[in-house]
Design a protein around this ligand. Structure first.
Ligand code: F6P
Length: 469
């Protein structure tokens, strides 16, 4: 019986700490695996003290979670180094923040080789293999070199910039063409897929009739768009229940009937938190009528704190929140509540439902699932308004949101005023359009579409029917 083998850097082990981390990848892979039996392979999240990485398997509910530790050197060079200091900024269009070192690239390739060696012991010839995200670009090549002819798909959860930016990545010619060892390469938006197609055409000189199927040596790689979704109906149900929880009721009580604006983001420079604070300040400066009547709750779990830019950002954002509260606050009112604690999915669902508006203003984001979760959580009779960056992948589907340019605090400030003053009929109309869109492209549809497309890459007869749990 064919199995699904999912490979990603992070693995959400049942009962582990994945639930409280804000990472979108774990949430969507976990939801997809609910419907398929198989293996989820990746990093354990632990750094081993010995020089040799150890691997362990946890069996749970028809799935095997195979977790490998990283050595300190691997962690520094592969995860903290090449993945997070080079690929993350470059793929988010931030060449100015990329810190390239040849040693980190060597470490990144070494860990991918190590993962391939571990996987070789697990993979069976008719397994379908699905690799996720920028940590694992060369993995298919490493698997092919070990003789695996399986169908292998790759999905990039973050953006892919145009060739002009991608080619500034040192050694891009060694790394990016390695994606051609996959049978299917999936992106969040048509823009990302077109950027990759342009790279293959102009940098690799690969032929294609439709900019979707490319032939490289003896292989064919298919490029397509699969905008990631959420468990829409389930999240809506969760939000309805969560609003009654003592935690959410306690927050509501503390707001003393003030309107709430919510933002939920990992502490990351791609999220545009500084400019967002500035936008909120502009709103307060231009709309004095709202003073004392609105609270902006920004939930921002810290991440990657060992990287200098992230540590500096921590300092910068808390200083800004303090400055705004000091300038506009009163003894009885704090305009911004800035919280670094991670919150459970249930707590967030309840808070989203109570918020009059959500501020989702990344400078660049693959998709941004907070935008979709906020929409799913709303009461359809009295929904809040979504303020969404045009540079989040979600903006393609969420046309009915208030779409803003996150680099323009004045315009975002005006959108905050517009969201808070929006008449109920307009809020309902916008929400209905948004909700129908995210219901139609939920996580089940996303997983089925990707796996269906991967199955068809070499004309395999319906694989989905054979492995669905
Ligand atoms: O796709 C981006 C991602 O992998 C998401 O899961 C999440 O936004 C983030 O990166 C998590 O980062 P890290 O695994 O470095 O904590």
């Amino acid at each position: 019986m064919a199995r699904l083998v999912v490979i990603s850097n992070r693995v959400a082990v049942p009962g582990g700490d994945g639930g409280s981390r804000a990472g979108g990848l774990e949430v969507v892979v976990r939801a997809t695996l609910k419907r398929h039996s198989g293996i989820w392979f990746g990093w354990s999240g632990k750094v081993s003290t010995s020089r040799k990485a150890t691997t362990q398997t946890i069996e749970h509910d028809n799935h095997s979670y195979v977790l490998t530790d990283l050595t300190e050197e691997d962690y520094q060079e592969y995860y903290s180094g090449f993945a997070n200091r080079v690929l993350w900024p470059v793929l988010h269009y931030r060449l100015d923040l990329a810190e390239f070192s040849r040693r980190d690239l060597t470490g990144y390739l070494r860990v991918n080789e190590h993962f391939a060696t571990q996987l070789t012991r697990l993979i069976q010839p008719d397994d379908l293999i699905w690799v996720h995200d920028y940590h694992l670009i060369p993995l298919a090549k490493a698997l092919r070199e070990r003789g695996h002819a399986n169908r292998i798909g790759f999905f990039l959860h973050i953006p892919l910039p145009p060739p002009d930016i991608l080619t500034a990545l040192p050694n891009h010619e060694r790394l990016i063409p390695a994606l051609c060892h996959y049978d299917l390469v999936g992106f969040q938006t048509d823009n990302d897929a077109a950027n990759f197609a342009r790279y293959l055409t102009h940098e690799c000189r690969l032929a294609s009739r439709d900019q979707r199927t490319f032939t490289a040596a003896d292989r064919t790689v298919r490029v397509d768009t699969f905008p990631v979704g959420i468990e829409t109906a389930e999240f809506a149900r969760l939000a309805r229940r969560a609003v009654q929880s003592p935690f959410v009721q306690g927050v509501l009580e503390s707001l003393a009937r003030r309107a709430m604006i919510i933002g939920v983001d990992r502490l990351d420079y791609t999220k545009g938190l500084g400019l967002r604070m500035e936008a909120f300040e502009r709103f307060l400066a231009t709309c004095p009528d709202w003073h004392g009547k609105v609270t902006y709750l920004q939930i921002t779990p810290k991440s990657r704190s060992e990287i200098q830019e992230y540590a500096e950002l921590e300092q910068q954002i808390s200083t800004m929140a303090g400055h705004i509260n000091g300038t506009y606050g009163e003894a009885s009112w704090t305009p911004i509540r800035y919280v670094n604690k991670a919150h459970s999915r249930t707590a967030l669902a309840g808070l989203y439902r109570c918020a009059r508006a959500a501020l989702v203003t990344p400078l660049r984001d693959g998709m941004n699932l907070v935008a979709k979760e906020y929409v799913a959580a709303q009461d359809p009779n009295d929904p809040g308004a979504l303020i969404l960056s045009r540079f989040a992948g979600a903006a393609v589907e969420c046309e009915a949101a208030l779409i803003v340019n996150p680099y323009d605090p004045e315009a975002v400030g005006a959108a905050i005023g517009q969201a808070l003053a929006m008449p109920p009929a307009e809020r309902r109309e916008r929400h209905e359009a948004l909700f129908q869109t995210i219901l139609g492209n939920d996580i089940k549809f996303w997983g089925d579409r990707f796996l269906g497309a991967l199955t068809r890459t070499r004309g395999l007869r319906s694989w989905l029917g054979r492995v669905s749990a």
